[in-house]
Design a protein around this ligand. Sequence first.
Ligand SMILES: Nc1ncnc2c1ncn2[C@@H]1O[C@H](COP(=O)(O)OP(=O)(O)O)[C@@H](O)[C@H]1O
Ligand SMILES: [Mg+2]
Ligand SMILES: [Zn+2]
Length: 268
Amino acid sequence: MPTTTQAEVCPLCDGTGWKPLAGSPQGKDKNKSTNNDRRVTRCDCRLRARNQTLLATARIPPRYEHCELASYTTDFPGAHPSLAFAQVSATRFAQEYDPRDGTGLLIIGKIGTGKTHLAVGIIKELMGRGIPSLFYDYRELLKEIQNSYNATVQTTELDVLRPVFESDVLVLDELGAVKPTEWVWDTVSLILNTRYNNKRTTIITTNFDDQPPAGANGAVSIARAATRSETLGDRIGERMRSRLHEMCRIIKMEGDDFRQKFRSASFR
Ligand SMILES: Nc1ncnc2c1ncn2[C@@H]1O[C@H](COP(=O)(O)OP(=O)(O)O)[C@@H](O)[C@H]1O
Ligand SMILES: [Mg+2]
Ligand SMILES: [Zn+2]
């Protein structure tokens, strides 16, 4: 009967968690004088384990778990050119991620264009490189903070906010989806400003048009306000909207709801 320990020991690192640096001849021919390079690097088995831990704590909703940057298709009939551009920009953003920078991403587009898919694709890529990331739906986050005020609930506001403030990368999905109030605006600006001041990267998606609020351009827009759809400015306030422009690179995604185009196809 094979002993379990033998089966578990990683052949790359003998269970130490460290393997010879790639290209280092150490271990291949220990007798040659050129083989004194004893530099080591984290073994794949540890990186895999770390990636699993990060994925488990990132709160990615099950229905987005499948989303990868590479599985985002842009060559279907009628695909808007902005989608291919968005995929390239998202991929580059992940590649160029620099923890000392903190520049975020604002992904804007109608429902079903794949904003959440790309945002999740980015953090999955980053977690694969060991970078802690967190996913929060905007409504869910505000609800959790509000819940924490309830005296019968054990969690405090800071219990909810700490990981949101501290995660290296945060996806804030569907910014603006909650009916705006003074409290909502204060809370959102606290979160985004705190992260930005600490050079932490925030990836934001929104279904709202990146336009100022009604009335911002004078009486004419007030008159038109009744017929126009709500803008990002209406939902998060003009001050926060212009702050986002300083904090984020912007990706605009145009086109129809992907799910309606491919309802019968194998994409989900
Ligand atoms: N271009 C695409 N290629 C592959 N899957 C896509 C694409 N666009 C959207 N999807 C899929 O369609 C569903 C809806 O996309 P989602 O990212 O939720 O859109 P949005 O966040 O813009 O509303 C998701 O399951 C997503 O994986
Ligand atoms: Mg979405
Ligand atoms: Zn190993």
